[in-house]
Design a protein around this ligand. Structure first.
Ligand SMILES: [Zn+2]
Ligand SMILES: [Zn+2]
Length: 277
């Protein structure tokens, strides 16, 4: 971020385009790396061994995956515009907390990453619920839900309005919270990795002996898959907290998770639950 910022004064249009490409490239490579790796590994190489972990009986057609890829590229083009805006806003002094964040050292570096994930989870939960308001859904969030049965390529399959709502957090949060740009970069890796896995269609989180997920406070693929199947539940991104606090967790979430998840210890799941998915 800071390297790209050098030399942005009096920028002609071709330099702006260059800067935009500089912002697009890392986001695009991360998305493609995770989407292709997860697709290749889980959907192709390991698919025969992971059949009991597959959440739905059906598999999306290739045409859905290609559409999601194309729409995700459009979202990333929008994110790159926001990236260029951040560079200009930094020049204008909007990110004055940067030196402070760096001066607080390594402990703050990692604390600020955790805090950013927790705050973003709240932002996502509430903005996501807002997008499901009938007044906004068609304009902001319909595209994402066209993937009723998601895939590793669904991660950034957003309407333009949703892409803007998602990226505004990354523009504004570093203005009001002291976080180093390195933390910003790490958070982007975290979110695309988890985002891809939440849409991967296979439940890979192990279950405890009682059938609940290991790290039950974190969302699972089943959790978000249920949101795509029945949109009135499971709005959370990274944690299960907000859905539990607000009573929006799908009533069958834990049963469906237990039905698909690998259980290293304890009784194995009964086969009758959830085959209608
Ligand atoms: Zn989704
Ligand atoms: Zn939704």
């Amino acid at each position: 971020m800071e390297d790209a910022f050098k030399g942005t004064s009096d920028m002609p249009i071709q330099d702006l385009a260059h800067l935009w490409l500089q912002q697009l490239t890392p986001t695009l490579s991360k998305y493609l790396t995770f989407a292709i790796a997860v697709w290749l590994l889980i959907w192709v190489v390991l698919a025969p061994f992971l059949k009991p972990r597959k959440i739905r009986d059906s598999t999306p057609y290739a045409s859905q995956l290609l559409t999601e890829l194309a729409i995700s590229i459009r979202s990333m083009a929008i994110f790159a515009v926001a990236g260029v805006a951040i560079l200009h806003l930094e020049r204008l002094g909007f990110y004055s907390l940067q030196p402070l964040a760096r001066s607080w050292g390594a402990l703050w570096y990692w604390t600020s990453l955790v805090a950013t994930i927790v705050v973003h989870d709240a932002y996502f939960y509430w903005s996501h619920r807002l997008m499901h308001d009938p007044r906004f859904f068609r304009r902001l969030h319909r595209r994402h839900h066209r993937s009723n049965n998601p895939s590793p390529f669904t991660a950034y399959s957003f309407d333009v309005g949703e892409a803007l709502l998602m990226v505004v957090f990354f523009v504004v949060w570093p203005m009001i919270f002291p976080m180093a740009w390195g933390v910003h970069g790490l958070f982007m890796v975290f979110q695309i990795a988890r985002n891809t896995m939440l849409h991967c269609g296979y439940e890979l989180r192990p279950a405890r002996a009682d059938g609940r997920p290991w790290l039950d406070f974190m969302t699972t693929t089943t959790h978000h898959d249920l949101h795509h199947a029945q949109a009135g539940y499971n709005f959370g991104a990274w944690f299960t907290w907000w859905d539990r606090w607000m009573g929006t967790e799908h009533p069958e979430y834990l049963a469906r998770f237990a039905d698909r998840a690998w259980r290293p210890i304890g009784p194995q799941p009964s086969p009758q639950v959830g085959d209608s998915r």
